[in-house]
Design a protein around this ligand. Structure first.
Ligand code: SF4
Length: 316
């Protein structure tokens, strides 16, 4: 039997960001994370202190990432590291990941981004930031860089519910995320959104209902993470003292949930990630600790096939 080709042009049951890049660059594209030594206005006191209650940048930084090394050195070491695993990748996107990567004077941003783009094999940048750290000056810089490279902004939105954002000390509200994404998109900068499922006090139904709100954002791509509680965070303490406020997803339960999310999701959004993966030593809760993302992805795709469903099936 011939397999169905979905509106995004292939037989996968979700609109895959990885497939988009393969098409765009004619082969596998590997992301290389760098830690360029940024800080965050929610940590240094200009927007808030203490940071988001879940924040642990250490948990996400690969071993080759260290702000004491230059951006160029981190990229070269990152390419070497990934070559051992994915020999096929020839194109690289530099991922400015740790902290808030637009939070420096414009001349310093231009220097860092240009250094990354000058490295061999680098075809573009993915810049992770907060919605309150974007302005016209930065957008103009990104427009300039966009003339010769792929440039994308990734916003931590985390939740559409302002009560949740206050609870996790995010220091901005959902409306700011919406405005920042709309502004960047209106100037032709593609935007990704990052969301966490399982933040304290949010019910499963609220999380599912949030998809209707997310669907209206002009996003190009989307990343979902199940809540993971990291050691040495404010949230780890809250988890210890108020465990009833948390409903952490078990893996099976999360796969069922994320399939429902996918069915409701705008089919135009490319999904970059369905779940998070960090080394077990960073986690307080160990329900998922030894599970690799590739394995979770296979299970999600199997579930979509088993239920004969796909991204956007229930999108209205
Ligand atoms: S905005 Fe990002 S870097 Fe800053 S505290 Fe929150 S999660 Fe951490």
């Amino acid at each position: 039997m011939e397999e169905l080709v979905y509106p995004w042009g292939n037989t996968r049951r979700f609109n895959s960001y990885a497939e988009y890049f393969k098409k765009l660059f004619g082969g596998r594209v590997q992301k290389i994370s760098v830690d360029a030594g940024f800080t965050c206005p929610n940590r240094d006191g200009s927007k808030g202190k203490g940071g988001c209650t879940f924040c642990s940048n250490d948990a996400f930084n690969p071993s080759y990432c260290h702000p004491q090394k230059s951006v160029k050195q981190q990229i070269e070491e990152g390419i070497e590291f990934h070559k051992k695993r994915y020999r096929r990748a020839k194109n690289y996107l530099v991922y400015f990941q740790a902290y808030t990567n637009t939070y420096l004077p414009i001349a310093s941003l231009e220097k860092l981004y240009s250094e990354a783009l000058s490295c061999e094999g680098v075809v573009g940048l993915v810049i992770g930031t907060r919605p309150d750290c974007i302005n016209m000056e930065i957008i103009q810089l990104l427009k300039k860089l966009q003339q010769s490279a792929y440039i994308m902004l990734e916003f931590g939105v985390e939740s559409v519910y302002n009560e949740t954002l206050v609870r996790v000390n995010r220091g901005h509200d959902f409306e700011q995320s919406k405005e920042a994404i709309e502004l960047a998109t209106s100037f032709g900068i593609p935007c990704g959104g990052h969301f966490i499922f399982g933040l304290p006090h949010e019910t499963r139904q609220q999380m599912l209902d949030s998809i209707a709100v997310i669907n209206k954002l002009p996003l190009q791509s989307i990343k979902f993470h199940q809540l993971q509680i990291f050691v040495n965070t404010v949230m780890a303490n809250e988890f210890k003292t108020e465990p009833a406020s948390f409903q952490l997803f078990g893996m099976e339960e999360y796969i069922d949930f994320i399939v429902e999310v996918t069915e409701r999701l705008n089919p135009a959004f490319m999904i970059e990630r369905f779940a998070g993966e960090v080394p077990p030593r960073f986690l307080v809760s160990s329900a998922w600790s030894n599970v690799r993302y590739d394995n979770v992805l296979v299970q999600i795709e199997n579930k979509l096939a088993f239920l004969n469903t796909f991204q956007g099936k229930k999108y209205l």
